[in-house]
Ligand binder design. Structure first.
Ligand SMILES: Cc1cc2nc3c(=O)[nH]c(=O)nc-3n(C[C@H](O)[C@H](O)[C@H](O)COP(=O)(O)OP(=O)(O)OC[C@H]3O[C@@H](n4cnc5c(N)ncnc54)[C@H](O)[C@@H]3O)c2cc1C
Length: 382
């Protein structure tokens, strides 16, 4: 057993109950429609799942990354797309907590307390992995940045009313000269149509347009032109508490379903779980999930406790994102195999989990990019 606190165990049980009783019955239809979270968003709001990291005076419990990761994992056991609303909104809250001024906290915390959804806007149509080349531009004049550009693939994008946005405001190249902003839905900000995706169909993903948006200079998070630092430190945490927690939950949900199915389905006179080939596939799922859980937990504990070196942080956050997401791809693919023909039918939930696992390998820095970070870090360490 991992060393969760009583409060964390209680939260995990509570989220699991709500996810299984209230959210799961909605998912098949929401996934088929592929238009985002619909009613599931109201359930997240009613249960304060998107606001746990807020301080108590704003209705939260000051939840740390480990606790928030548990919420996301439990939701993702049922449906990763729904958990994305918690991921994007808590990301905005954590960025404000870690990099924001007191004025920014006073301005934005009440918006999240009211139920507003957050989004994270880094990727542009021409730049995903290569995000240091972004071209969204902000020009400072009379206390405002005039921001123009297009962000894409923004998770929760169609539903969001608060945005973390990376904008080139300075003269430098690549990571130099990029500022990080927190902004409400100011005039000139609009969302494009929800993309029709293979996975994460229960979360809206869209372009976000910035057309002559007048952004007060007080909306810069941290220092102007030093926005990349927020990404180096906040982005690693996101990979662990968000993307990796989703992948872990998705893998667990797929394994649970595959085991139940394998106990019932018979071939050659016995339940397929009694065929050694199936047993070994299930054993590999369990082994990999447990290994992933240990790494995931270790990384989150490191972030929450602090006192780590930058190299340790980069190594563990990228290793976690890559290992857990690749593991989920393998586990969900094997779960589909165990269900045979039924596995590829969309009405059985393992197909959805396999589609979601593929998305987890790509967003928030694809597995290849995580390996580049791990490789470069190890090169420096030894
Ligand atoms: C459903 C979904 C939700 C998303 N949500 C968000 C969000 O909320 N906010 C946001 O800002 N972005 C979001 N993204 C964007 C996501 O982070 C990017 O798609 C991701 O970083 C990869 O960028 P890309 O798609 O442009 O791929 P590219 O950068 O074009 O890469 C294409 C392929 O080449 C590989 N590759 C690239 N460079 C190298 C290299 N140097 N060496 C080896 N391989 C390499 C990549 O790993 C990938 O497999 C989301 C994407 C999806 C699919």
């Amino acid at each position: 057993m991992l060393d969760y606190t009583d409060e964390q165990n209680m939260i995990r049980e509570m989220v699991s109950k709500v996810a299984r009783e209230k959210i799961e019955p909605l998912i098949e239809e929401l996934d088929e429609k592929g238009e985002g979270g619909g009613e599931a968003i109201d359930i997240l709001r009613e249960n304060n799942f998107m606001t746990l990291p807020l301080p108590q005076e704003y209705g939260g419990i000051g939840a740390d990354y480990t606790t928030t990761a548990l919420v996301i994992e439990e939701l993702a056991k049922v449906d990763a797309g729904t958990s994305m609303y918690v991921f994007t909104t808590t990301t905005d809250i954590f960025f404000i907590r870690d990099f924001g001024s007191e004025d920014q906290k006073e301005m934005f915390y009440p918006m999240f307390q009211e139920g507003k959804i957050g989004a994270f806007c880094l990727t542009e149509p021409g730049y995903g992995s290569d995000a240091a080349n972004i071209t969204t531009r902000g020009v400072l004049k009379d206390g405002y940045y005039l921001v123009n550009g297009t962000k894409t693939m923004a998770s929760s994008g169609c539903d969001a009313e608060c945005f973390i946005v990376y904008v080139r405001t300075g003269p430098g190249e690549k990571a130099h000269g990029i500022s990080c902003f927190i902004m409400e839905k100011l005039p000139g900000i609009s969302a494009g149509q929800h993309f029709n995706k293979m996975g994460f169909r229960t979360n809206s993903t869209s372009e976000i347009y910035f057309e002559d948006v007048k952004v007060p200079q007080e909306r810069v998070l941290g220092k102007p032109e030093e926005g990349w630092n927020t990404l180096v430190f906040g982005g690693g945490a996101m990979r662990a508490f968000g993307a990796a927690s989703q992948a872990l939950g998705t893998a667990e949900g797929a394994m649970e379903y595959a085991i139940k199915y394998a106990k019932e389905r018979t071939t050659f006179g016995k339940p397929i779980i009694q065929h050694q080939a199936i047993q070994f596939m299930i054993a590999d799922m369990g082994i990999n999930i447990e290994a992933a859980r240990s790494l995931h937990y270790r990384t989150l504990q490191m972030i929450d406790r602090g006192g780590y070196s930058q190299q340790e942080y980069q190594l563990l956050t990228s290793a976690t994102k890559c290992f857990v997401c690749d593991m989920a791809m393998k586990v969900t693919t094997d779960a589909v195999q165990i269900l045979g023909a039924y596995g590829v039918m969309n009405e059985y939930p393992v197909a959805r989990r396999m589609r979601d696992a593929k998305v987890n390998q790509i967003f928030d820095g694809a597995s290849q990019i995580q390996k580049m970070i791990v490789g470069r870090t190890l090169e420096k360490m030894y």
